[in-house]
Design a protein around this ligand. Sequence first.
Ligand SMILES: [Fe+2]
Length: 297
Amino acid sequence: MMMDAGGCVEQGKNIITAAKHVNKRVRYANKTIKKNNRSSSSCKKMRREAVFPRVPEVLQQLFVSCREIFKGPGTVPPASDVNKLRSILDKMKAEDVGLGKNLHFFKARGAVKGTPRVTCTTIYQCDEFSLCIFFIPEAAVIPLHNHPGMTVFSKLLLGTMHIKSYDWIGSIRSIKKNDTTPSPQLRLARLKANSAYTAPCDTSVLYPTTGGNIHEFTAVTPCAVLDVMGPPYSKDEGRDCSYYKDFPYRDHEDGGTRGVSEEEGECYGWLQEIEAPEGAEMDRMEYFGPQIKQTTF
Ligand SMILES: [Fe+2]
């Protein structure tokens, strides 16, 4: 991953907060110019406040609106609330979460040794929603995965990213290709998106059954994506993440909708659930950007 010489948060006036990869794990190097002996948690708080004395209005607005809009598992926000949240996210810039184009991570180009790993940081999480940023190095992939019972807003903050997404349209079926190949368990899905997006661009929204609930992100350049998920993943509540491999529709036409033309076939794909692929494993790092104020309520 190409964050070795860089960081995920820009340098503050007196502070340097850098994220480093050591043995494939993210570590932080927090250096204060003035030494002090306070406890680490109070130090962290002081550092954050020193670097970002004020929370950007749009970030606070996003948090407050999420608190109002997301009602927990089994609920989907009404269209008016979705539009409200989308319009806030459309206004958001990388700087609002402490990121800038000058960071080494976003300038990094060229081949990466080994598999490039994605890093995730959580701005805020509660039972109803979560605000997370994914840092995706060039050529890295967040593999095809679903969002069970979730409404997810994705805002590309920096970089160019290819998004492929699907929605289910069929049930799981076993399709026999020939006598020697085991029958894969496949499910027909409609292709919702298959394009590259460059920041700044509009926020995309997916719903439990529409909008491209199963998606894959591939970084064309180093990317940062802000995801608002309501509710967040929860294994305990039956919202675990599943991964998929997709196959062209033409590979198993006989198992799908009959009479589909070749052109129409491009709009479908067969998805097979798979074990979490290597690219699904992410590094996690603490969020060092501007801190939202939770005392608004
Ligand atoms: Fe996702």
